[in-house]
Design a protein around this ligand. Structure first.
Ligand SMILES: CC(C)(COP(=O)(O)OP(=O)(O)OC[C@H]1O[C@@H](n2cnc3c(N)ncnc32)[C@H](O)[C@@H]1OP(=O)(O)O)[C@@H](O)C(=O)NCCC(=O)NCCS
Length: 166
């Protein structure tokens, strides 16, 4: 994370009034109370990337989730899991302010989310971070994410791999 920004747990006290993602749904999620609702109902942990003036410039969400082993993984890989559902961590949303795109800041924020997920997995076990890449597949491929069986846009990265990231 560049020194201009730091990541903090969600609080309505941070100023998100000027935050604007290229994806209006991701803007609305933060600005129209859904982030706070998901936090208060235990559906997502929300982390904000803020600047020195404590203005929100990005965010991500993490949640506990599970995936059916047979749908997600092929033969040998699926067989190593003892239960029909595999415990994972969902990186549900990630966005940065539209004016900051293309400078590596999104990659830094995603790396922060991955490390946060790996730390959480020390106390609540999780096999991998999963996400729905929509169209942003190249960025995630560079980080080592691979697709689930027959689902090219649903990606995962094992927690063990995240622990070895530099
Ligand atoms: C996705 C996002 C967080 C990436 O942040 P960023 O700071 O722009 O990303 P970086 O500068 O670290 O990396 C740039 C890479 O992101 C990928 N990327 C970013 N936006 C993309 C888009 N709209 N379509 C496809 N790839 C995209 C590309 O791989 C790009 O690499 P390239 O420049 O070599 O093509 C940011 O662009 C964003 O907030 N987008 C809108 C919200 C969104 O789409 N979120 C869903 C992500 S699953």
């Amino acid at each position: 994370m560049t020194t201009a920004f730091h990541v903090v747990p969600f609080s309505p006290e941070y100023d998100s009034s000027a935050f604007e993602s290229l994806d209006q749904h991701l803007t609305a999620y933060l600005k129209e109370g859904r982030a706070q609702r998901d936090l208060s109902t235990g559906q997502a942990a929300v982390f904000l990337m803020v600047d020195e003036a404590e203005r929100v410039q990005g965010y991500y969400t993490l949640s506990s989730a599970s995936v059916p082993r047979k749908e997600a993984f092929s033969g040998t890989q699926a067989r190593k899991f003892p239960y029909p559902q595999v415990a994972v961590t969902l990186l549900g949303r990630v966005a940065i302010h539209k004016d900051l795109r293309g400078q590596g800041i999104g990659t830094d924020l995603i790396l922060h989310a991955l490390r946060q997920a790996a730390r959480a997995a020390e106390t609540v076990a999780s096999y991998a971070v999963i996400l729905d890449a929509k169209k942003v597949t190249a960025l995630y491929a560079r980080l080592g994410f691979v697709p689930f069986k027959d689902q090219p846009l649903k990606l995962f990265l094992p927690i063990e791999t995240i622990r070895q990231l530099p």
